[in-house]
Design a protein around this ligand. Sequence first.
Ligand code: GP9
Ligand code: MN
Length: 634
Amino acid sequence: MMKKNWPTHSILILAIVATWIKTYIVYHTSFDMDIENTMQQVILFLNPLSFLLFIYGISLFFKSPKARNRYIVITSIILSAIVYANAVFYRFFTDFITIPVLFQTSNFGDLGSSAAESIFLTDIFYFTDVAIIIIALKWLKIGAEVKLVKPAVRRAYFVITAAILFLNLGLSEIERPQLLTRSFDREMLVKNIGPYNYHLYDIYIQSKSHAQRALADGSELVEVNNYVRSNQVDANEKMYGVAKDRNLIVVSMESLQSFVINNDMNGHEVTPFLNSLTQDKDTYYFSNFYHQTGLGKTSDSEFLLENSLYPLGGGAVFFTHSGNTFHSMAESLGEEGYYTNVLHPNNKSFWNRDIMYRALDIQKYYDEQSFVVNEEDAVNWGMKDIPFVEQSVDLMADMPQPFYSRLITLTNHHPFTLDEEDKLIPEYDSNSNTLNRYFQSVRYMDEALKVFFEDLKEKGLYDNSIIVMYGDHYGISENHNKAMEQYLEKEITPYESAKLQRVPLFVHIPNSGEGKEMTETSGQIDLRPTILHALGVETSKDMQLGADMFSEEHEEFVVFRDGGFVTDKFVYAGNACYDNATGLQIEIDNCQPYIDRATQELGYSDQIINGDLLRFYDLKTGNLLLDEAIKEDK
Ligand code: GP9
Ligand code: MN
């Protein structure tokens, strides 16, 4: 057909271009990805390229053109199969394949029967690039010298490949800072680094945790268990079972810090509804309660709540260890007959929730698909809190009771933008627009919580429930210290920064009448035993590192993920020890015993997670399954 002699590497170039363009078309035809701006569009277009240059480029190491071509064809088939598998998976689960999902066989239960129905003849399109390469090989006359490509040429080729990769990563970092260190969303990963790099990244993360798991020695659990048992405290007799058999409603209040509670901003009350709760006879308001999250932010707070273990120091445990055995609060309540669920109007793969919630035995995730999100009901990160709580209560009204429903709010999320009609107070007037908008956006969330309570009452769910609401993590980072100093009218030392990690906690028990402010120093790790005891559920066998905050014996010692801590007397922050009462720096010796304990406690938690040690623990009997551990070791 073509008589002309084509240059030696025509097939290589053709393969790269064909697979690249095909991948880009697949993005638009097979996956439903939100592209918000031109930069994202550019990244999307660019992202398959570096990997394709690399993988097809390996053919340059083959001497014979025949081997080179065979390698290119096989590679194109494998890559097409990967893209196709993701496309089919996406038709079912609106998500990309991740390794743990391949091992959760329950996924494929639904898949098997209807798989045939979701595979179409037109799917042959996914292999267009393979066809193009094969046809080209057959019809084009290509210079076919048997000789190795010059090392200098190869070097230049791979330098360009690396440069494109770095350009891609650089653009993604600008668009989505910390994407690779924190992972947060599979869709975002694919959008930014492309499907091929995403799978490599997934393999890397999963094999890292797999290796740690394989190296784990079940006997490590003996020491951890001793530590847990020796720090265990009894429940408060009066509080144990106060909310027995009631529904449990937990609200994660996005980015809410305690400094706004009972405070005003230029004469405007920021949280009128929550302020009223601090005085309410049915509410225990914890004013010295701290978040303990790391890079996994909201998901870390969920992890603390469900497991009473610390999240990890690097990455989000929701991503890295979703294949582990856990004994979550949802699991305990499920066994007590509760219908356990989470309501959150976001993409279900965000924070890997769809996968992790299965590991946590959460029976149902009402993600964005469960909500009607009209255009006027969305702002910033998506559905606004008010329609979200309204629709959530409607969903809850239809749930079997008792239920354990967890609501995760979203509007008060950085960058804290609102529609005009939702701005109930003016902005603040500092040099930080983030802080200026924060007050407004917190004020909106406060309104949403008020609506939530009203709706619960209206639907008859209120009286028979216990409502726990906590701030998930800080909203204002240390980058805004100048503006915060203006607002708080004091200098922000490391001591003050640590105290700013306080987030509000409300334990609201309708008609209980004994509510008051609780000044006990406590943290998110204490939520689970506190809540379970209030519901009259035993936790004495649980492998948990927190303690019931209502207990007389609860120790005032809150450890942060970075090794800092707060006790009733001391604050350890920025490698310095402070007097908790005065904020003055004191001798490090005062803090030393706690520094060691904080390290030890974080270490035990990490051991449990990295070694997946709960697989060797029988929650029913409290026995350590060391024989099984030994068997696995062999
Ligand atoms: C996302 C929401 C916010 O679903 O929970 O996450 P964050 O960025 O706060 O961790
Ligand atoms: Mn959050």
